[in-house]
Design a protein. Structure first.
Length: 410
């Protein structure tokens, strides 16, 4: 009888660490324009190849190529560029505010601005997003007031959430932005449940849930996939694979030998893997998934391949676990730069216009910050009264609670 070899475990390691340049070949990139675009009623089994490749539209020459290339006019593309730039400028300004101790912490979406911006264009009024804390661009695309965003960050007297939520965890029902949870995995079953409720009511609205690559290791994610598959919920399930969770590489969550999109196929869900730094590819894939949901064809899982260029939060130092300059040679590039170059190539934009827009948006963000900072903060003691908070929770107050309030004298 032969002697058995000692057992061992495989522990995934990133291909780059501080002081060692990252080898990004693990991404398995393919040229733009080569991935086929199936009909929206495709069987989930037939998306397996797409879930293992990468949908790309913008090629190395900044031209839109292939079957996924959408027909977008100049105004739409410029609106997308403006939203992405405003999101990045806003993030940078808020990081300064955090460093000045005006808020406890902040989380940027640096390098990921195209995903929320283009996705928002594929949705309709009434659709509900269940985002992570890096989809500020969803709100920016829907013209949500920056002053209210900053007031929420500052937890001042104009905070629309009245100090009941952490900074960056916004909430706006009318803008289709469900409140963010720090436990990101919960967003998926909530999105699926909301979509199921919409279908039960015979409504026409769909849901879009968001999760990071790290949170796919949570059981909530897999529970959500099961319900979405079984009941064919009208929902888009977005996995933002930005290569890093809080400080662990995406392979720790299972992205080493199989794509995150492939998990959707395994769960019986049509799935796409998309270049998340390509505005045109994001828009095209989002429209495809939204049409599938609205046509009662069931859910779609989309893995957005992108890169978290900044720290996990202002409490994090990514240079301790990855090369400090890794963002500069990430092969999918900067989403803002790619769309800008595409517009210039088409003759719809210029360097002078880019500089002017940068200056305009910087002034707009700064003005919003100054306006928000005029309102009293918790430190000033100028907070909503107990009575107003009580009424906010119980908008239509039951009679027995009304009597209790009178007895308390509030």
């Amino acid at each position: 009888m032969s002697q058995s070899q000692p057992l061992s475990l495989h522990v995934p390691e990133p291909t780059g660490r501080p002081g060692c340049k990252t080898d990004f070949s693990y991404l398995g990139l393919n040229p733009a324009g080569v991935v086929p675009r199936p009909p929206v009623d495709v069987r989930y089994q037939d998306t397996a190849d797409i879930a293992s490749s990468l949908i790309r539209v913008l090629d190395e020459n900044d031209d839109a190529v292939g079957p996924w290339a959408p027909e977008l006019d100049k105004e739409t593309l410029l609106a997308g560029l403006r939203t992405m730039m405003k999101t990045r400028i806003f993030d940078a300004r808020m990081v300064i505010g955090q460093r000045q101790k005006k808020m406890s912490f902040y989380m940027t979406s640096l390098g990921e601005e195209a995903i929320g911006t283009a996705h928002a264009l594929a949705l309709k009024d009434g659709d509900m997003c269940f985002p992570t804390y890096r989809q500020q661009s969803l709100l920016m695309a829907r013209q949500y007031p920056m002053v209210e965003m900053i007031c929420q960050l500052l937890s001042n007297e104009r905070d629309p959430l009245k100090g009941r939520q952490l900074p960056v965890m916004y909430s706006s029902r009318k803008d289709g932005f469900f409140t963010i949870s720090g436990n990101l995995a919960t967003q998926i079953p909530q999105a699926v449940g909301w979509a199921m409720a919409s279908a039960i009511k015979g409504d026409t609205k769909i849901a879009s849930g968001w999760i990071g690559d790290g949170a796919t290791a949570e059981s909530d994610f897999h529970t959500g996939l099961t319900f979405a598959h079984v009941y064919r919920a009208p929902v888009i399930l977005n996995v933002v694979n930005n290569q890093w969770a809080i400080s662990s590489f995406q392979a720790i969550a299972g992205g080493e030998s199989v794509t995150f999109a492939a998990r959707g196929v395994g769960a019986g869900i049509a799935s796409l893997r998309v270049d998340g730094n390509d505005f045109l590819a994001v828009y095209a894939a989002s429209c495809w998934a939204a049409e599938r949901a609205r046509s009662n064809l069931g859910p779609t899982l989309i893995e957005w391949v992108t890169y978290r260029a900044g720290p996990h939060s202002t409490s994090d130092d990514p240079a301790r676990y990855r090369p400090a300059d890794e963002w500069t040679y990430f092969p999918l590039g900067d989403p803002i730069g790619r769309l800008r170059r595409h517009l210039v190539k088409k003759g719809w934009w210029s360097d002078a216009e880019q500089e002017a827009l940068q200056t305009e948006l910087e002034a707009e963000v700064l003005a919003a910050q100054k306006e928000a900072e005029q309102f009293g903060t918790l430190i000033d003691g100028r907070v909503p009264s107990a009575a107003s908070m009580f009424e906010d929770v119980y908008k239509e107050m039951p009679e027995h609670l009304r009597r209790q309030r009178q007895q308390l004298g509030v």
